[in-house]
Design a protein around this ligand. Structure first.
Ligand SMILES: Cc1cc2nc3c(=O)[nH]c(=O)nc-3n(C[C@H](O)[C@H](O)[C@H](O)COP(=O)(O)OP(=O)(O)OC[C@H]3O[C@@H](n4cnc5c(N)ncnc54)[C@H](O)[C@@H]3O)c2cc1C
Length: 336
C-alpha cells in the first residue's frame, strides 16, 4: 500500500504543478497516470508545439514546460505510478480513500485530487480491419516527435487542424521525403490559412493531396509498406509509404472515474469554485477534467485550481492548524 497525503490522478501539467503548491504546505503527493510518462496532453499530443500563454514565458514548447514542471516539483519528492489507470476508489473506516489501479496497485490518502484531463486517451481509429497489427509498425495516431519521420514516406489522414498542420510541418521543414494527405471530404475543417497553405503546397507538387477518398487497406511484411486508398469517384489506388498517421482526434472519455459517484455534467466533474471540491468530501477535481460556470480549459486556470484545492485539502487534513500564506520570495522552497 502506497501511503501519502494527497493522491493525484493524472500527471498532466495541472497535476504536476499541484505537487508544488501542496509541497509548500508540507503535504506529500503521489501521482497515478495511465500513460508511461508525465505531461498529459502536452507530452502525448503536442510536445513540440510552442505555447504562448504561460505567464512569464513568451513562448515555451509543451514538452519543455513539462520538463520545467518536473524540475520545479523535484524538491517535494513526489511518488509516481505510471502506466496504470486508476480504476476503483473506496472509503476506509478512518475517512481515507484507497485508489486501486488496473494492475492492482493500492494507494491510500485522506485526499484525492482528480486531474484526469480528457480522461484515458483513446484515439479515434479508422475502420481498417488489420490496423491494430501495424500499430507501432508504421501506424501512429499521434505525432510525438517529427524527427521520427525524417526521410520517410508518410500518409496522413484527416481533415482538421492536426492533419493540416502536420502535413505542412513535415513538408516545409523537409522532414518527410513524401507527404500524402488523404481526406474523406472535398473541404477541410481546419483554419483557412492552413487549408490555403496545403492547397499551395499541393499545387507546387510538394504535398500529394487526395480528397474525397479514404484509406481502406494496409499491407507490408512486419511493417507498413503499401496503403490502399479508395476514391469516392474512381476506384482504388495504392501508395507506397513507411507510415500511416490517421489524425482523427482523441475520444474524450472519463473512463473509470465516471463511476465513482461524482456529479458529472457533459463528461466532466462538477466542482464548487470555492475550492474545486466535488460532491464527495475529500475529493477535488482540477484542470480539464472539471466543469463549472465559465470554465476555461487552459493550463493557466488549472494551475490556479490546483492551488486553491490544496489550501482546502490542508484545512481538511489539519483542522486544528491555521494556514498563513507565505510568499516563496520570503520562505524559499524547502523540500522534503
Ligand atoms: C493541440 C493542443 C494545443 C493546446 N494549446 C494550449 C495552449 O496554447 N495553452 C493552454 O493553456 N492550453 C492548451 N491546450 C490545452 C491544455 O493542453 C490542457 O488544458 C491541459 O493539458 C490540461 O491539463 P490537465 O493536467 O488538466 O490534463 P491532461 O493534460 O489531459 O492530463 C491528464 C492526465 O490524466 C491521466 N488520466 C486520466 N484518467 C486517468 C485514470 N483513470 N488513471 C490514470 N491516469 C488518468 C491522463 O493519462 C493524462 O496524462 C492545448 C491542447 C491541445 C490538444
Amino acid at each position: 500500500m502506497i501511503k501519502t497525503d494527497i493522491i493525484i490522478i493524472g500527471a498532466g501539467p495541472v497535476g504536476l504543478f499541484t505537487i508544488f503548491e501542496a509541497g509548500l504546505l508540507k503535504l506529500r503527493c503521489h501521482l497515478i497516470d495511465s500513460l508511461a510518462q508525465p505531461g498529459g496532453q502536452c507530452s502525448e499530443i503536442y510536445p513540440k508545439k510552442p505555447i504562448y500563454d504561460i505567464p512569464g514565458f513568451p513562448s515555451i514548447l509543451a514538452g519543455e514546460l513539462v520538463d520545467n514542471l518536473m524540475k520545479q516539483v523535484a524538491p517535494f519528492k513526489p511518488g509516481f505510478t505510471f502506466g496504470e489507470a486508476a480504476m476503483r476508489i473506496e472509503k476506509t473506516a478512518d475517512d481515507k480513500f484507497i485508489v486501486t489501479t488496473i494492475k492492482g496497485t493500492k494507494h491510500e490518502a485522506p485526499i484525492v485530487i482528480i486531474a484526469g484531463g480528457l480522461g484515458v486517451f483513446e484515439p479515434r481509429k479508422p475502420p481498417i480491419s488489420n490496423i491494430e497489427d501495424y500499430e507501432d509498425k508504421g501506424v501512429e495516431y499521434i505525432i510525438k516527435d517529427p524527427a521520427f519521420y525524417q526521410d520517410k514516406e508518410c500518409v496522413i489522414a484527416g481533415g482538421g487542424d492536426s492533419a493540416l498542420d502536420w502535413a505542412i510541418h513535415l513538408t516545409e521543414q523537409k522532414i518527410a521525403s513524401k507527404v500524402s494527405l488523404v481526406h474523406r471530404g472535398a473541404s477541410f475543417r481546419g483554419h483557412l490559412d492552413s487549408v490555403q497553405k496545403v492547397i499551395d503546397l499541393a499545387d507546387t507538387g510538394k504535398i500529394n493531396l487526395v480528397t474525397e477518398a479514404e484509406v481502406v487497406g494496409l499491407s507490408g511484411e512486419g511493417k507498413i509498406e503499401k496503403i490502399t486508398i479508395k476514391h469516392k469517384r474512381n476506384g482504388e489506388s495504392i501508395v507506397e509509404a513507411d507510415h500511416f498517421i490517421p489524425l482523427f482526434g482523441l475520444k474524450p472519455s472519463l473512463g473509470p472515474i465516471a463511476d465513482w459517484g461524482l456529479e458529472i455534467e457533459k463528461n466532466a466533474i462538477k466542482v464548487d469554485t470555492l475550492d474545486y471540491s466535488t460532491n464527495v468530501p475529500g475529493i477535488y477535481a482540477i484542470g480539464d477534467v472539471n466543469t463549472y460556470e465559465n470554465k476555461l480549459k487552459l493550463i493557466l486556470c488549472g494551475f490556479h485550481e490546483g492551488t486553491m484545492a490544496v489550501q482546502s485539502a490542508f484545512a481538511r487534513i489539519h483542522p486544528e492548524k491555521k494556514n498563513v500564506l507565505k510568499y516563496t520570495t520570503v520562505n524559499g522552497v524547502t523540500g522534503f
